[in-house]
Design a protein around this ligand. Structure first.
Ligand code: BGC
Length: 758
């Protein structure tokens, strides 16, 4: 069941009215990020009600020692956790001696949050009666600069609506911060210096064990009722906490503003010796520009992003708002500028899924970033895995593989596996396939044929070597089988011959062999270097081909159907529609044992294969499999509805595709899974984008050409989307009468339903 406390608006997310029960959810929904840092929408002032405080710095993590009941050989030593970083946004306000805390009032009036996705500015406002002598109005504007990775801006405006208000303002930086998600309640940070210098509060910290250096800085100004900007604050520094305080009296009708610049300077990009100078520079520059100019710049930065990526939907504001929210959040999470960073399932909006990188990046996110940014961004995402190949080889070695076999981790920050549930760590190995597929997908989309011989081939070979060792020959089946795996459907563990895993393994083996042969033939010198580096054995490709040719796939004995895994038909095959609503989601109501024995599918599994390898199957085959598997699918992973939306659109079931689209795109806004307070589902947002562009738009790249096959849901009058295809921005516009592809490249032909568009 969905919740709908947020207003529908094409460009804005709006909440009206204060409800303490919604605070944590809204903290997620109104999160801010700029690719380098991000934070939940926590209040600046004290809030003693239920809240989930979170502010994160890209790439900075702590290796939280593994905690399991029953240790299994091969488990990783730690789980890399995104770290809650020191709080730089804090502003405490005492009014006539009372601490402003929205949890303490009988009524909070005209409470409103508004996130303007067009400009990237978040505004929160409210009014409270402090005492009989003073009623105060507050409006806070906040944003994280898209131009300056380390700059955040807050304008906290106070108005005396009635009576006189004696304000005591305390703006602070607080180092005493913990993670909600922590195995042993370890301290994660060592704050080694806290100082005020030239009115800038600077807290220098180093993460324990991982030694990441981060400086949290902030400076506060007060613009008094006469419009004068003051910076003469009383400064205190004690116990990892720095503050700047000032008093101000507001008479009825008067207003003052607290202006605060702050953020994190990340030692991954700056030497710690320069932290202080950098913080001074950031504040000085921001002060010189002033809030108006900074807001203008933020608007311009977002306009540039929207110019390349906006999707317009006419006639359906709920769908319009949703797709923009998804695109907005993806851009807040990752901008492709820094190849050391990646896209965590919760981005900067929560701690769940602690580590940063999952197969989500390759299977779901790559298409969005490739198509809405420059192709280098796609290349950076691939390079991230290339740079971690040695670790993937080491990871495979730890669990018994050798000769250069690579198993990429299920969850990682630095290439090392962090996940520690055996049925996932050791068994959900299909992730390796998505990483290989992304290399193919990148070349198909960008036409960049240099990546594979330069780098990609090493990854493909490592992965193929893994599959070749992971299968075994079954005398009984007279075929290669893969035992003890978990497919994308995590509601089945330790199954034999998950169809999807076997299929993608077969594809990887063939693709790696093709690419190896191609390089050897076209670029023998390069191959010579590679074969030395990789200890190549000339019999390898032949062996891979044999395995691929003789791979076993479970099939229905009577119908033309692939089975999700051996034994699937032994289950009691009741469809999801037979479940009562109060059993859903089953992962919150059923025992794990009951889930494992049920036929219920968490997310696309066989159908994930049909999505990735669409050209291998005709429409009837897809239709048969969709009709068989979808009725058992509970879509309890955020990654599920988008794939089903794309497949339904391909089958011409446009209204079904539309229902799935609403589920995927409004998952967080409407809180379908009752968990938005933990953070947003960032990686599935890229799937939402795919469901418009690949689903309703029907975008495919076939033989270096752009093909579309648009379908318009009933509820939409028209829609348009934008892609960057090999340097040419294209805007596809679809309405009830026509389809147009607007671009300025005379050599580029866009094909619609197989025919060139005029
Ligand atoms: C899904 C995985 C996904 C992970 C992170 C899980 O619920 O089943 O496929 O990688 O979430 O998004």
């Amino acid at each position: 069941m969905k919740s709908n406390y947020l207003k529908i608006h094409p460009w804005k997310i709006i909440e009206e009215g204060f409800d303490p029960k919604r605070v944590k959810s809204s903290e997620s929904i109104f999160s801010l990020g700029n690719g380098a840092m991000g934070q939940r929408a926590n209040f600046e002032e004290t809030y003693s009600g239920e809240t989930f405080q979170g502010s994160y710095v890209g790439g900075v993590y702590y290796p939280d020692k593994t905690k399991v009941g029953w240790w299994k050989n091969g488990y990783p030593e730690y789980f890399a956790k995104v770290l809650n970083a020191p709080n730089w946004i804090g502003i405490n306000i005492h009014t006539n001696g009372n601490l402003l805390d929205l949890n303490q009032y009988k009524s909070v009036d005209n409470f409103r949050r508004e996130l303007d996705m067009q400009t990237g500015i978040y505004v929160r406002s409210f009014e409270v009666q402090i005492d009989s002598a003073c009623r105060i109005g507050v409006e806070v504007k906040r944003f994280l600069s898209m131009d300056q990775a380390a700059l955040g801006v807050i304008q906290y405006q106070l108005t005396a609506l009635e009576g006189s208000c004696h304000l005591e303002i305390e703006s602070y930086v607080e180092g005493k911060i913990t993670n909600q998600d922590s195995n042993w309640d370890d301290p994660f940070w060592n704050h080694h210096s806290a100082s005020h210098s030239n009115s800038v509060m600077l807290l220098k910290s180093r993460t324990l064990k991982t030694n990441f250096d981060v400086a949290t800085y902030a400076q506060t100004f007060l613009i008094d009722p006469k419009g004068q900007q003051l910076s003469d604050f009383d400064e205190v520094s004690e116990n990892q906490r720095l503050s700047q305080s000032k008093k101000q009296i507001l008479r009825q009708g008067e207003q003052c503003s607290i202006l605060k610049f702050g953020g994190y300077i990340n030692g991954m990009n700056y030497s710690p010796q320069t932290f202080e100078a950098e913080a001074q520079r950031l504040v000085l520059e921001a002060e010189k520009k002033g809030i108006k100019k900074l807001i203008e710049e933020q608007h311009i930065a977002w306009s540039k992003i929207w110019d390349l990526s906006d999707i317009e939907i006419h006639g359906d504001d709920a769908a319009q708002q949703a797709i923009r929210f998804n695109i907005f959040q993806l851009n807040q999470t990752y901008n492709g500028k820094d190849p050391k960073l990646n896209i965590g399932p919760k981005g900067f909006t929560g701690e769940k899924y602690g580590g940063s990188t999952y197969w989500d990046t390759e299977a779901y996110c790559l298409p969005f970033y490739m198509a809405t940014k420059t192709h280098e961004v796609g290349r950076n995402l691939l390079k991230y895995r290339y740079d971690q190949l040695d670790k993937a080889i080491e990871n495979a070695k730890k669990i018994g593989f050798d000769k250069g076999a690579a198993l990429y981790p299920m969850v990682t920050m630095n290439g090392e596996e962090c996940h520690n549930e055996w049925e996932i760590t050791f068994e959900e190995i299909h992730r390796n396939g998505a990483i290989a597929f992304a290399i193919f997908n990148y070349e198909r989309y960008t036409g960049d044929t240099s990546y594979i011989p330069e780098k990609g081939i090493e990854v493909l070979i490592g992965i193929a070597r893994f599959w070749a060792q992971r299968v075994n020959y079954s005398e009984y089946q007279k075929a290669y089988v893969m035992l003890g795996v978990t497919g994308p459907n995590e509601y089945e563990n330790n199954v034999n011959n998950n169809w999807y895993t076997n299929y993608i393994a077969q594809w990887c083996l063939n693709y790696a062999a093709d690419q190896q042969e191609k390089i050897k033939q076209e670029n023998p010198k390069r191959w010579e270097q590679l074969s030395d580096k990789l200890n190549w054995n000339s019999r390898e490709t032949a062996q891979w081909r044999t395995i691929a040719d003789q791979m076993y796939f479970p099939k229905h004995p009577d119908q033309d159907l692939f089975l999700q895994q051996d034994g699937f038909l032994d289950k009691e095959l009741h469809p999801v529609s037979a479940l009562s609503l109060d059993e859903r989601p089953i992962n919150q109501h059923w025992s794990w044992d009951k889930i494992l024995r049920s036929p219920y599918i968490k997310q696309a599994d066989v159908l994930q294969g049909f999505y990735l390898f669409e050209s291998d199957f005709d429409r009837e085959t897809l239709s048969r499999h969709f009709d068989f598997y979808e009725p058992f699918t509970v879509h309890e992973s955020s990654l599920s509805p988008c794939i089903h939306s794309i497949l339904a659109a391909r089958l011409g079931a446009v209204e079904k595709a539309y229902d799935f689209y609403l589920q995927t795109s409004r998952l967080d806004l409407d809180d379908y899974n009752k968990e938005v307070e933990e953070g947003l589902h960032i990686t599935s947002m890229a799937g939402t984008w795919m469901s418009v562009v690949e689903g309703f738009g029907g975008l495919r790249i076939i033989d270096n050409q752009v093909h579309i096959d648009p379908k318009l849901p009933e509820a939409w009058e028209a829609f348009s989307f934008k892609i960057n295809f090999r340097g040419t921005p294209i805007k596809v516009v679809v309405d009830k009468e026509k389809v147009a592809a607007i671009h300025s490249n005379p050599d580029l032909i866009v094909h619609c339903k197989g025919k060139p568009l005029d």
